[in-house]
Design a protein around this ligand. Structure first.
Ligand code: GLU
Length: 321
């Protein structure tokens, strides 16, 4: 079915979703990373980027929060670019774990590969695959430059968050060494873990994440900078990964109720991809028990509902002025 929506409708949906979700309470800031526990829980913002680069933002969309797990999407794109879709499937996998993001049990259950680049285990493996091999600084440059290209502007590590994560990431250290045991770390282990920790500590804004989501929705062409950041054929691969595991053990429920593939992070960010239509991002620190932002989920769902959009609706969507 052909479906036309106007930019004015999209802007109105974003504004209304913000107003309706602003008062939602519930959830708690992540506290296993001390820095995140102290972020103002009232921060909240939504941004949408359309394929012509138009971006609508409301609320705290210029606030730099910890990108955390959403970074896994961006580095998965880098590794897909550097190694190709087949190598990522073989060396990491593309399966949902159905378990929490930091699960060691998931590795033991499926020790022939770390399941997917979008959980901690697979993301640490992904960092080990980043080229140039063995060159910590070169690898970091590749990761951070890829983030900037996808988001349309530079991003930096939040030093205090990086310190906080590095001092407390005992579970991730266990994951990294367990993966080494299964020959699933393809570079130095401490270096791969450190790169992962550093990428999770990058400060990002909701507006930057919406542009990144818009780039994925637009087949790798950044709608704002007009740079082709990755090949078009990788876009469905990355959206598949997001669809299958973006909300950890709650991913099925999320996709069923929201209609949009999305990836969350314990910093409170959510990045959603509506292929061929728009990218959306929302940010609010308090999380549900699975680690997904309570308010950001409500906001993204509200935008989708107001516009009657859904990735499986079977509509050919056109956005007009
Ligand atoms: N840096 C966090 C960790 O490794 C990311 C988790 C997340 O956002 O899901 O635990």
């Amino acid at each position: 079915m052909d479906k036309t929506i106007t930019k004015a409708q999209i802007k109105a949906a974003v504004d209304e979703a913000y107003a309706e979700s602003k008062g939602i309470t519930g959830g708690h800031n992540a506290d296993y990373i001390p820095f995140l526990a102290n972020i103002d829980p009232n921060l909240f913002g939504i941004s949408v980027t359309l394929l012509d680069g138009t971006t609508y933002s409301v609320g705290d969309t210029s606030y730099k929060f910890g990108i955390e797990s959403v970074s896994k999407v961006l580095t998965a794109i880098l590794v897909l670019k550097q190694h190709g879709a087949d190598a990522v499937l073989k060396q990491i996998g593309a399966d949902a774990t159905g378990l929490p993001f930091n699960s060691i049990f998931a590795i033991l259950l499926e020790n022939d590969h770390p399941s997917t680049p979008l959980v901690n285990a697979g993301a640490i493996t992904a960092c080990s695959m980043v080229e140039p091999k063995g060159d910590s600084w070169g690898k970091w440059e590749a990761i951070i430059n890829n983030i900037a290209a996808l988001c349309g502007s530079e991003a930096q590590v939040l030093d205090e968050l990086y310190r906080s994560e590095s001092e407390t990431n005992f579970n991730n250290r266990a994951i990294a060494w367990l993966l080494k045991n299964y020959n699933r770390i393809y570079d130095d282990v401490p270096m791969s873990l450190d790169l992962y920790t550093r990428q999770c500590s990058v400060g990002i804004t909701a507006e930057q994440l919406a542009i990144c989501a818009g780039t994925i929705a637009n087949g790798g062409l950044n709608p704002v900078t007009k740079e082709q950041v990755f090949d078009k054929e990788l876009a469905p691969k990355i959206t598949t990964l997001i669809s299958s595991v973006g909300f950890y053990q709650n991913t099925g429920d999320w996709l069923y109720t929201s209609g949009i593939p999305a990836k969350s992070g314990v910093g409170g960010g959510v990045l959603g991809v509506m292929p061929g239509v728009m990218g959306i991002a929302a940010f609010a620190p308090p999380l549900d028990e699975a680690g997904n932002s309570v308010k950001a989920q409500a906001a993204v769902k509200a935008v989708m509902k107001k516009l009657d959009l859904g990735v499986f609706n079977g509509d050919r969507v056109t956005v007009t002025d």
